[in-house]
Ligand binder design. Structure first.
Ligand code: IPM
Ligand code: MG
Length: 364
């Protein structure tokens, strides 16, 4: 029997409750596929800081190092709680970014997937959404402003200032663009390259590298689009996109915009892939305001399991069954309170009930 070790980091807020459902689905798949998943549940995030003094404790690092893949829930605390932690120890800075850097997970796949069974969740008009939305945003995840040099102080005039730098070298740009070209080749062979070369030198280099790499992909059509215009185009006509690629900060912002297009960040799973290891996480935060009430939809966490099966374990068929099962649960009219009930015909179920239904649909 095949065996894989998975570090399971449930995180903060709604993390534990949506992770419970994701693990349910993973176990159901494992039984059928004859694959054993050894789950190492480890502390990570704001709660880990309060319990162990660090948001990414040493034992968690060790478990992640030896795991074949990492399944991570959302992290982060409410504003008041976060203020009890020194800025540099807050979980985003002291756990999430170090996790990304440690495993060089430079390629962040954020599928923006709204199949017909979910189309009513989009706030866009039906004429625009038609039978759904299906594209993928590929975000560079370990460079740019997030990881560039930082400086703060007081200048000669006594004014406090900060300086944060946006850095990329051509290799860092090339490796993410190659991932995007490959993805475009697998899909519809149209790649939207998002940039801001009218202002930023980093985008000038980015676009130069994109032209150099494009030579190896004559079958892929590249369309260059400026990031602010891309934001408008996403809202006006999201169906024109298939694969989009962009640097870290642009990707952070546009992928939340995409979450808005599909109706909720709760419908946004993601894969963060490096040369040796990958980790999988919802693209949203820990939603402390609704935590513990059993009203959060586990779709983003279960979808992250599907991405893990596909990308880390070559289990495309099982991943496909998970997506189909989730579509079926929505087709049968289920929703959760966080997603709401846009056309008023759905049955509102709990987080756990939603997970149970996905498991049942896997067998159907
Ligand atoms: C995301 C999140 C993170 C980011 C936060 C939690 C640091 O918003 O994964 O998009 O900005 O990358
Ligand atoms: Mg974000």
């Amino acid at each position: 029997m095949k065996e894989y070790a998975i570090a399971v980091l449930e995180g903060d807020g709604i993390g534990p409750e949506i992770m419970r459902e994701a693990v349910k689905v993973l176990e159901a798949v494992s039984a059928k596929a004859g694959v054993r998943f050894n789950l190492l549940k480890m502390p990570f995030g704001g709660q880990a800081y309060f319990n162990y003094g660090h948001a990414f404790p040493g034992e968690t690092i060790a478990a992640c190092d030896k795991a074949d893949a990492i399944l991570k829930g959302p992290i982060g605390l409410g504003v008041e709680e976060a203020r009890r932690i020194p800025v540099e120890k807050q979980p985003e800075r002291s756990a999430l970014l170090p996790l990304r850097k440690r495993y060089n997970t430079f390629a962040n796949y954020r599928p923006v997937y709204l199949p017909p069974e979910l189309a009513d969740f989009s706030p866009l008009k039906r004429e625009i959404v038609k039978d759904g939305i299906d594209f993928v945003m590929i975000r560079e995840l370990i460079g740019g402003l997030y990881f560039g040099g930082k400086e703060e102080g007081t200048d000669q005039n006594g004014l406090r200032y900060v300086k944060e730098t946006l850095e990329y070298d051509e290799q860092e740009i090339a490796q993410i663009l190659e991932v995007a070209f490959e993805e475009a080749r697998r899909r519809k062979k149209v790649l939207h390259n998002v940039h801001k070369s009218n202002v930023l030198m980093s985008s000038v280099l980015w676009n130069d590298v994109s032209r150099e790499i494009a030579v190896q992909y004559p079958d892929v059509e590249v369309r260059h689009v400026i990031v602010d215009a891309a934001a408008a185009a996403l809202v006006l006509n999201p169906r024109q996109f298939d694969v989009m690629v962009m640097e870290n900060m642009f990707g952070d912002i546009l992928s939340d915009l995409a979450g808005g297009l599909v109706g909720s960040l709760g419908l946004m799973p993601s894969a963060c892939v490096g040369p040796e290891k990958a980790y999988y996480e919802p693209a949203h935060g820990s939603a402390p305001d609704i935590a513990g009430r059993g009203i959060a939809n586990p779709y983003s966490m279960i979808g992250s399991v599907a991405l893990m099966l596909e990308k880390s374990f070559g289990m495309e068929e099982e991943a496909g069954r998970i997506w189909a099962a989730m579509r079926r649960v929505f087709a049968e009219g289920a929703t959760t309170a966080d997603l709401g009930n846009p056309d008023g015909t759905r049955t509102v179920v709990s987080t756990a009930e939603f997970g149970d239904r996905v498991v049942a649909a896997l067998d159907a």
